[in-house]
Design a protein around this ligand. Structure first.
Ligand code: PLP
Length: 392
């Protein structure tokens, strides 16, 4: 019933879950096998090795059968103690949700925020992090947590700059990064950027259904986990890592999603990571050109951190972004992302991630353009034509 659309296919352009390619769907449909049997061990060993390539990681990747929120929690409970202070940066709605989670599990959170929407229209301010760490001579701050690609705003922050800020402050806090919506679409370097725990998820750039999430763990984070006392059982790294040594999992893995993951990694590596990132950059550039042509504003104000994954479009006060989205969904069978938190009703978000190409983006832009006109807003010029000029 759910995919019983009147005709043609549904255009899923929310910033995740993203469309799942047929190749991945087929892999997911293979028979579920014995997760303790010999075939599984060989499959698991290969998968756990090749997934490191996506994170550009020399360190192990833990795979949870959970959504991204689970992996957020896992990163914190494995490395920290009750009452520890974590420094977080308010880059948008997901940064705020991670902070709320940290508070709920008994951490003391410090949030670097800017007034109003200011912090939501640019990247993480590494200088502000450096200054705060320099004023912590007793090293009470145990972790710095930032979001790489803020899905709510369409901003991809410079994680290498955050690492450099921490080094400049000579501060030993762990660096934890959420790249739930960045991985597989925007360049990410777990080892090269000196990240201690990378958190990610399956349903965005990896082109999988929701249901898997990841922690990639540096040696320093692993060492912290040996003494960390926040309560944990299901999320505990030690038992999982031990089982992973032989390609198995501590609990029943999401076998069929792992088949899909293996296939998706092959697809991404087959296209080439650099080619995948360049494709996303080009689609994002075309999308922004369309927004400009319509006479609307991209939420992100700093071109150096425009997201290759998602573009948030600010609408004038005369438009209720959610009513516009509803109209577009009903009329053109196109799903766009809603405005989250402070942005409710103010933006709609166009996802251009994962299994997306020129024509799928152009179709989405066309739906937006017709929807804007149907809503009563006359676009200044054709965004579709502006995007075509970039994509030709
Ligand atoms: N972090 C970011 C950047 C996200 O985009 C999301 C989900 O969209 C989450 C965290 C939460 O992940 P999940 O909804 O899979 O639990």
């Amino acid at each position: 019933k759910l995919d019983n659309h009147p005709s043609g296919r549904h255009f899923l352009h929310i910033p995740g879950p993203s469309p799942v390619p047929s190749r991945v769907l087929r892999a997911i449909s293979y028979q579920t096998i014995d997760h303790r049997g010999p075939e599984f061990g060989a499959f698991g060993l290969e998968l756990l090795q090749k997934i490191r390539l996506l994170f550009k990681s020399d360190d192990p990747v833990i795979i949870y059968p959970a959504s991204g929120t689970g992996a957020w929690e896992a990163a914190l409970v494995n490395t920290l103690n009750p009452g520890d202070t974590v420094l977080m940066y308010e880059s948008g709605h997901f940064a705020a949700l991670w902070k709320r989670l940290a508070q709920r599990i008994g951490l003391n959170t410090e949030f670097i925020s800017k007034p109003g929407l200011e912090g939501w229209r640019g990247g993480v301010d590494a200088k502000a992090i450096e200054e705060r760490l320099k004023s912590d001579p007793d090293h009470l701050i145990k972790a710095v947590c930032v979001v790489h690609n803020e899905t709510s705003t369409g901003v991809t922050s410079d994680i290498a700059a955050v690492r450099a800020a921490m080094d400049a402050a000579n501060h030993p806090a762990l660096l934890m990064v959420d790249t739930i919506s960045g991985l597989g679409s925007a360049n990410y370097e777990h080892s090269g950027w000196g990240v201690d725990v990378t958190v990610s998820g399956s349903q965005k750039g990896l082109m999988l259904p929701p249901g898997l999430s990841f922690n990639t763990i540096s040696a320093k984070a692993l060492a912290a986990s040996k003494t960390a006392t926040l309560p944990k059982a299901f999320w505990a790294w030690d038992e999982i890592l031990e089982a992973n040594q032989t390609g198995y999992f501590a609990t029943t893995p999401a076998t069929n999603l792992l088949y899909g993951l293996s296939e998706a990694i092959d697809m991404i590596l087959g296209e080439g990571l650099d080619q995948v990132f360049a494709r996303h950059q080009k689609l994002a550039l075309a999308c922004r050109a369309a927004v400009k042509a319509w006479g609307l504003e991209v939420l992100c104000q700093d071109p150096s951190v425009y997201s290759p994954v998602v573009t948030s479009v600010l609408v004038p006060e005369s438009i209720d972004a959610d009513a516009l989205r509803k109209l577009i969904h009903e009329k053109y069978n196109l799903s766009l992302g809603t405005g989250l938190g402070k942005l409710k009703g103010k933006v709609f978000r166009i996802g251009h991630l994962g299994d997306c190409n020129e024509l799928s983006l152009l179709a989405a832009l066309s739906g937006c353009e017709m929807g804007l006109a149907a809503y009563g807003f006359t676009p200044k010029a054709s965004g579709v034509v502006a995007a075509q000029n970039i994509l030709m």
